[in-house]
Design a protein around this ligand. Structure first.
Ligand SMILES: C[S@@+](CC[C@H](N)C(=O)[O-])C[C@H]1O[C@@H](n2cnc3c(N)ncnc32)[C@H](O)[C@@H]1O
Length: 241
């Protein structure tokens, strides 16, 4: 599949073997998501010129898609390297009128964004400490113990709920993990934090993982447990009041 033949997903199972490499999507940022994911979410849950938020922007995949789809977007990341990569990847010629605002920021505190002002949240946090995004940046979720990670996700959920307009969607991708051969249902814990702040769970999408380096390591011990080869995209809605 390429961009020319792109069709919106219609079921709760998504799989993108070719991952997508149009414009400045290079797929080289650790744990980046396929541009097919934000493209689907943006087209389904927002209109042109509405404001989107990706508070864990990484290499800017969501922002590139927002530019291509003529949406306004705020992107943040706690790591200055992510900021620099995103800035350079947004530097391509395209006839778009979208406003794009990027900054270095902790997703636990979005105080620079007004209440009820965002039309779609489309984001992809670290899966706890499975990939470490920095050596020592304070509040980098990928450096935290599980306890601190879930406390931080509670704050992320609270802020996401505050800035989102009533009735609109917060889509977030995470995965379960294994640590010392134990299964940690990260996805379930993350759902819980988002439900606790008042979101309604509208859908769970299972996304097949491709080209995941850890699969090679696990495949050598496949007799012990199944390889985790899926991620979740949780579709939360802020209840209309
Ligand atoms: C899974 S990556 C996002 C990848 C992105 N979707 C892409 O396609 O490039 C998660 C990002 O969260 C960032 N991050 C970690 N802790 C953060 C925090 N407290 N606030 C904001 N960003 C954070 C990391 O620096 C990393 O870039």
């Amino acid at each position: 599949m390429d961009l020319k033949n792109f069709k919106l997903e219609t079921t709760s199972v998504w799989s993108f073997p070719d991952r997508g490499n149009w414009y400045t999507h290079y797929g080289d940022y650790p744990g980046n998501w396929s541009p097919y994911v934000p493209r689907n979410l943006i087209l389904k849950y927002s209109l042109e010129k509405e404001w989107i938020l990706d508070q864990f922007m990484g290499s800017g995949t969501t922002l590139i898609e927002a530019k291509l789809l003529n949406r306004n977007i705020i992107g943040t990341d706690i790591n200055p390297k992510a900021y620099a990569i995103t800035k350079s990847r947004l530097n391509f010629a395209y006839d778009s009128t979208s406003h794009i605002h990027i900054r270095i920021n902790d997703a636990q505190d979005l105080s620079f964004i007004k209440d009820n002002s965002i039309s779609l949240i489309c984001t992809h946090p670290p899966y706890a400490n499975i990939i470490k995004y920095s050596a020592d940046i304070k509040n980098d979720l990928s450096l935290m113990s599980y306890n601190s990670y879930f406390k931080a996700m509670a704050k992320v959920a609270k802020e996401a709920h505050r800035v989102l307009k009533n009735g609109r969607i917060c889509a977030i991708m995470v995965a379960d993990i294994r640590k010392n051969w134990k299964f940690i249902p990260l996805g379930h814990y993350v759902i819980n934090e988002f439900l606790k702040v008042g979101f309604i769970l509208k859908d769970i999408i299972i996304k097949e993982q491709h080209n995941c380096k850890s699969l090679i390591k696990w495949s050598q011990r496949e007799h012990e447990c199944y390889l985790i080869k899926h991620e979740y995209i949780f579709i939360f809605q802020k209840e209309s009041r």
